[in-house]
Ligand binder design. Structure first.
Ligand code: DSN
Length: 435
């Protein structure tokens, strides 16, 4: 590589990924085969359109690649139609809305601070809340999906589309109940399985395919593929509207996107192949088991978890009982210790910028081969970091916060106890090389 600046930075990032614990639940390590596909000559080709119907010549090979990806997706999920062109999850959700609902019509989804996603109708900051009339449902006191609230709001507002999916929710989703709510108002049920897709393939989370009309998943989280997304139309979707495949395809291209990223399509095909192998089921079981061991270890150290634990790949530590915004400080301190997480809202959190929670997930470290024994240690290290900063509190006045965080980071960088944990993390990581 002649661009030594970027070469060096990629090298540094590789070293960071090797020597730290990647505990952000939406991240993973794609295999070398996936990365080779993404870095291949396929990036050079324009292919607007679909197989056999391209606007550019020279797509004989690309057609075969896209058809292979589509065929693998259909087989793996047991669906009659798949579109593998969406650039990523947010574009895919916008395409689904574009296909299923006129601007101005009502849509519904789980609120962001309840563990939903921005594109499921956040009322202020995304297209989904600005161009559609959005209704958001929430959680019960026990931090579980409030199906009664969901049903009542559906009956009151009659949404045309119901998104059902999560980004920070540690429990199993009840697709059947969601479908019955959608049916009660004739809505389309769209399952966003981006976070749990790998668990579904592995058989450790129920599949939405028998219930949802449309299923969307990103491909880079528990699926371990490249950054991209797929949209599936199920048999239920076809029965409700035989034109759904055409509507979805037209919404993707030309509705929202131009040429597909063929290199990504090939990476998705490889990831789908890898996920169809027997070992992938073992991986999914490992992810959930590791999350449960981590939850147990943290609880034993007195750390409060949203909903008290986990049934899937993630958990959310809740520091709202300590002080508001504490999640910001905990995530930052953990990062200095080589434990990479993200600050996250907890239910009813007043601020997404300075939230009180920290989201942790096990998909990436399970890919590395980390198991229960190491999870116990990781829980102890996290608890130690929390203990080290127990007297730190984010100032209430917004203008003082940036300065506090700056000073806090300088302290963390120099803290000998944090350095000790960071070295232990580095030693552990050295035993589990990334490929
Ligand atoms: N950014 C993803 C996540 O971290 O969960 C959701 O889009």
């Amino acid at each position: 590589m002649q661009d030594t600046e970027i070469e060096n930075l990629i090298g540094q990032e590789a070293e960071r990924q090797q020597s730290t614990l990647m505990l952000i639940p939406s991240e993973n390590y794609a295999s070398k085969a996936v990365r080779e596909a993404v870095g291949s000559v396929l990036a050079n080709k324009y292919s607007e359109g679909y197989a056999g119907k391209r606007y550019y010549e020279g797509n004989e090979i690309v057609d075969q690649i896209e058809l292979l990806a589509i065929g693998r997706a259909k087989k793996l999920f047991g669906v009659p139609h798949a579109n593998v062109q969406p650039y990523s999850g947010s574009p895919a959700n916008s395409e689904i809305l574009f296909a299923l609902a006129e601007p101005g019509s009502t849509i519904m989804g789980l609120g962001l601070s309840s563990g939903g996603h921005l594109t499921h109708g956040h009322p202020r900051v995304t297209f989904s809340g600005k161009y559609y009339t959005s209704v958001q449902f929430g959680l019960t006191e026990e931090a579980k999906i409030d199906y009664a609230d969901m049903r009542a709001k559906a009956l009151e507002h009659k949404p045309k589309v119901i998104f059902f999916g999560t980004t920070a929710y540690p429990f199993i989703l009840d697709w059947e109940q969601a479908r019955s709510i959608a049916d009660s108002v004739g809505a389309y049920l769209v399952a966003d399985i981006s976070h749990i897709v790998g668990l579904i393939i592995a058989g450790v989370h129920p599949s939405p395919v028998p219930f949802a009309h449309v299923v969307m998943s990103t491909t880079h989280k528990t699926l371990r593929g490249p950054r991209g997304a797929i949209i599936l139309v199920t048999d239920e979707g076809l029965a409700k509207d035989p034109d759904l495949p055409k509507k979805i395809d037209s919404a993707v291209m030309p509705g929202m996107q131009g040429g597909p990223h063929n290199n990504t399509t090939a990476g998705i095909a490889v990831a789908l192949f890898e996920a169809s192998q027997l070992e992938f089921a073992e991986y999914g079981h490992g992810v959930v088991n590791n999350a449960k061991v981590l939850a147990e270890g943290l609880r034993a150290k007195g750390i409060v978890l949203v909903g008290g634990g986990t049934e899937n790949h993630l958990l959310v530590m809740d520091f709202s009982g300590d002080s508001l915004g504490k999640g910001t400080l905990v995530a930052s301190a953990l990062n200095f210790a080589g434990i990479v997480t993200n600050r996250n809202t907890v239910p009813n959190d007043p601020s997404p910028f300075y939230p009180s929670g920290v989201r942790i997930g096990t998909p990436a470290i399970t890919t590395r081969g980390i198991k229960e024994h190491e999870m116990v240690k990781i829980a102890e290290w996290i608890a130690e970091v929390v203990e080290i900063i127990k007297s730190d509190k984010l100032p209430e006045a917004k203008e003082e916060r940036q300065k506090y965080i700056q000073d806090f980071k300088a302290r963390m960088q120099a803290d000998e106890r944090i350095k000790v944990i960071c070295n232990l993390v580095r030693d552990l990581c050295a035993q589990f090389p990334i490929l």
